[in-house]
Design a protein around this ligand. Sequence first.
Ligand code: 3HC
Ligand code: NAI
Length: 695
Amino acid sequence: MSDLVEYEKIGSIGVITVNNPPVNALSPGVPEGMVEGVEKGIADPDVKAMVLIGAGRSFIAGADIKFLGKPRSKIASNYRELFENSEKPIVAAIHGYALGGGLETALGCHYRVAVESAKVGLPEVLIGILPGGAGTQRLPRLIGPEAALEMIVTGRHVPAREAGELGIIDEVVADGDLKSAAIAFAEKIADQRPIPRISQMNEKVENVDSGIFDAMRKKIERRARNQIAPYHCILCVEAAVSLPFDEGVARERELFQELVNGEEAKSLRYAFFSERQAAKIPDIDKSIVPVDVKLAAVVGAGTMGGGIAMCFADSGIPVKLLEISKKFLEEGMAKIKANYETSIKRGSIDAAEMDKRLALIDPVLAYEDIADADLVIEAVFEEMSVKEEVFGKLDAVMKPGAILASNTSTLDIDQIARATKRPEAVLGMHFLSPANVMKLLEIVRGENTSKEAVVTALKIGRRIGKVGAVCGNCDGFLANRSRMPFQTEMNILIEDGAMPEQVDKVMIDFGYPMGPFAVGDLAGLDIGYAVRKRRAVESPNEFRKLPIPDRLYEMGRYGQKTSGGWFNYKPGDRTPYPDPEVVKVIEDTRRKLGVEPHDFTDEEILQRLLFSSINEAAKILEEGIAYRASDVDIMWLYGFGFPRYRGGLMYWADQIGVKKIYETMCEWEKAYGERWKPATLIKELADSGKSFADA
Ligand code: 3HC
Ligand code: NAI
């Protein structure tokens, strides 16, 4: 037997166990091993049925993504058909995940048993491909084309109970001894004939209303713009209802091949592995044990503090929320409740779930009341003196070993740490707004931050559903600092002749969910104004005045909260409408600055915005504030809505080529001045023909 798959006989049942940690991906050797196991079972006259199960934490999480696009063995291509044609029934026993090729393997089996906590799905679309193991042909035959279409096009993970209701799982069993439950099930069905073979079930794919396919195309129009895979997934399910099984499989293969080595798939695979890479810190190995966070605390129940407390409650972790006054505490709790009520209205949670979550948030007023928390996150006003006072108090009360984090967006983590006698326990845990929605957790490692604190932040981040990435300490840290030039540049573009709606359209066409000016209106123009005021005092030499947003702020145009900022908004409508008042401000400012406005091409707009940030990110890499370019990409994907199918800011830059970017910047330096001077790293990479991925 292949050492990745084991076979044993238990009574009259042959049990085939896949053992390819960590998630039993279908790496070379796994299909071969499974086939060997099935053949043993078929050959043994005492075996009446077989069970296919996964060792460790999961059934099979899918094809091995590292091998996608490479030639596969004949067995890897047709083992599901071999399984299905077996004269002895095979039962797939599912725990953890049966995803992609994993679910396709289970669909090649005759029955499926799963524990309650298991999840199944065909998430290939999320890595830019489609289910290429006949999943698009078997799933519609099993559960009907409409439900299959929804699963395949969204790629969502379906919990076992729901999968049972859909007809994917034949029996859902309690978590626990799955192997025994599956053997019992196999014994029960061993003699039943005919054996159910999904490829022969045609009833659900006959006489299908073809309108469901166009309806799906319409539905994903906005979300899937610029992408191919979601549309190819639809074509496959269309083939399932219009072609015989074998021809449908051939069509699926053909469409799979069109995608697997394309740009979209490569970028999405890169994003998948970058996300996991971000959790690996060069000088921290597995021997460093994170603090087990059983109780968390948050200081400050404002916009961010309330959202952060919700993140813990949403993940079932008790959290204490501390404020300076009863009034602010009550206001903070009321806001949290209102947020949950909105979720109820949207149907994402029910009232019982809200009560459960609210019960996990304990509002308190005294520091002594949070002393026993394992982790505390400070989210008070963005003022160094206030932060120092809070950390002094935390140092005095928190139990030994507790991790002390700050959610500051810009302040010096080392200075904050110096307010305590335990700087090793202090780090930045920077959530983005709204904290309960945005997935990025920027983890800022100070000069003295312990490795234990870093791994604790990474681990708890994962538990509360965030994607963590680590960087060093500097003004704005990695995420906001690398984005700042983009924000300056978008304003310069307006001074020079572009209009906000034009810039927004270019970025939406590129793949952003919203344009940057509309985002500004959502965040509030008052936030950027306050940051500029501070920077004007702290670093006057590097500071560039932005007269247009300053003027809009002075006019009281803060954005959506005042019904107008860069754009106008109607009550209850978040659509941005251009406003002649803003046009007048822009034109007046251009006149005052003596600027002769000129036209910009869409490409110029895109490049000016993104190249400016690439230059800053290169400086961040050069200074050792970031470990690798892919961490910048993670921050942009999860913090700023950069389109995932373009990999990330630095990956995108590498596709253009550092040399080309360098040359463009040199030209712009001549035309527009010093701000376009390429970072040393960019020059070095360009000279040596290397990429950011090599840096
Ligand atoms: N191929 C290769 N490696 C994989 C993998 C896969 N399909 N799935 C997970 N891994 C690796 C991860 O890279 C990670 O490696 P690391 O420890 O070196 O960083 C390790 O397994 C553990 O993964 P996670 O950290 O993501 O573990 P979680 O428990 O958080 O999540 C999971 C588990 C939900 C299974 C998640 O890993 C996942 O979504 N995996 C991808 C699933 C997928 O896309 N399957 C479809 C593959 S394509 C396919 O099947 C094509 C077929 O139709 C022909
Ligand atoms: P906010 O003004 O909404 O909330 C701050 C809260 O802290 C207020 O409720 C205040 O009463 C409370 N507070 C002040 N001093 C306190 C003290 N000594 N003890 C206990 N509570 C105290 O501010 P916001 O926006 O929530 O920001 C908080 C922190 O998060 C800041 O450091 C900010 O830079 C950072 N941040 C803000 C983001 C945003 O978009 N608002 C994004 C990411 C980080």
